[in-house]
Design a protein around this ligand. Structure first.
Ligand code: KIV
Length: 279
């Protein structure tokens, strides 16, 4: 399902069929311009609740609201034509009951045009996953390090080491058997991610997990190097956009102060314009 071969839109059954095949390429997006770029190359685009930390400067994802997800979901939908568009259910929008989860998942899908929702949790969320999928809402699971539970974990450390391995494996099996069409495995030892990938029948999508997962996902701003000081082990930077932006803004500031910008070609004359692009 590489971008160059995508003829039709990616669907939930197509994602499921990638189990054990060419790895699924997944990235987050929060805005239309970035969504257009990632859509050219990805099988799955996720409007992650990481938007709260990445774009809104929050300390964690707990303050992300349904309204924020709807706004960013709509923006991303305008840029995504081929990839499967998945949207995160924010903290507090689904944990109370399957009925609450259905109401909010239906709102997210109806108001954004997303194809599926993602929610965090394992055994305790299996009933909710079953309730949603039985009613037409495809669900991507998310186990291991579930950032909405940061206060329970006491941080963003690796999960599933030692005695914790069986618990995470049970979580993945529970949401997969409840009907999730794929499961994100976040920050697990690679051997555990490989074991879960063998044990469940739907694709695993790794982030800080294993190259053996059925797909990989990263936060797009992380892999583009938009955060100069954030260098977690599991992120590979494919660009250094923070450094590029810093250089560009410094050059602009220097040229404005030296009256070098705007140059003649950026200014308008009084005669008939040869070209007056822009807004
Ligand atoms: O919110 C998010 O961006 C995520 C991915 C990193 C999996 O949940």
């Amino acid at each position: 399902m590489s971008a160059t071969n995508i003829k039709d839109a990616v669907t939930v059954p197509k994602v499921m069929a990638q189990k054990g095949q060419v790895p699924l390429v997944c990235l987050t997006a929060y805005t239309t311009p970035i969504a257009r770029i990632v859509d050219r190359h990805c099988d799955v685009v996720l409007v992650g609740d990481s938007v709260g930390m990445v774009l809104h400067g929050l300390d964690d994802t707990l303050g992300v609201t349904m309204d924020m997800m709807v706004m960013h979901g709509r923006a991303v939908r305008r840029g995504v034509e081929h990839a499967l568009l998945v949207i995160d259910m924010p903290f507090g929008s689904y944990e109370e009951s399957p009925a609450q989860a259905f109401r909010n998942a239906a709102r997210l899908m109806a108001e954004t045009g997303a194809d599926a929702v993602k929610l965090e949790g394992g055994v305790e969320m299996a009933e909710t996953v079953r309730f949603l999928t039985a009613r037409g809402i495809p669900v991507m699971g998310h186990v291991g390090l579930t950032p909405q539970a940061v206060n329970m974990f006491g941080g963003y450390g690796v999960q599933g080491r030692g005695d914790g391995a069986d618990r995470v494996a049970r979580d993945a099996v529970a949401v997969a058997e409840a009907g999730a069409f794929s499961v994100v495995l976040e920050k697990l030892p690679a051997p555990l991610a490989d074991r879960i990938t063998r044990d469940i029948a739907v694709p695993t999508i790794g982030i800080g997990a294993s190259v053996g997962c059925d797909g990989q996902i990263l936060v797009v701003d992380d892999m583009l190097g938009l955060f100069a000081d954030f260098r977690p082990k599991f992120v590979k930077r494919y660009a250094e956009l923070a450094a590029n932006a810093d250089e560009a803004v410094a050059a602009y500031a220097q040229e404005v102060r030296a009256r070098q910008f705007p140059a003649p070609e950026h200014q308008f004359g009084e005669g008939k314009p040869a070209r007056e692009g822009g807004k």
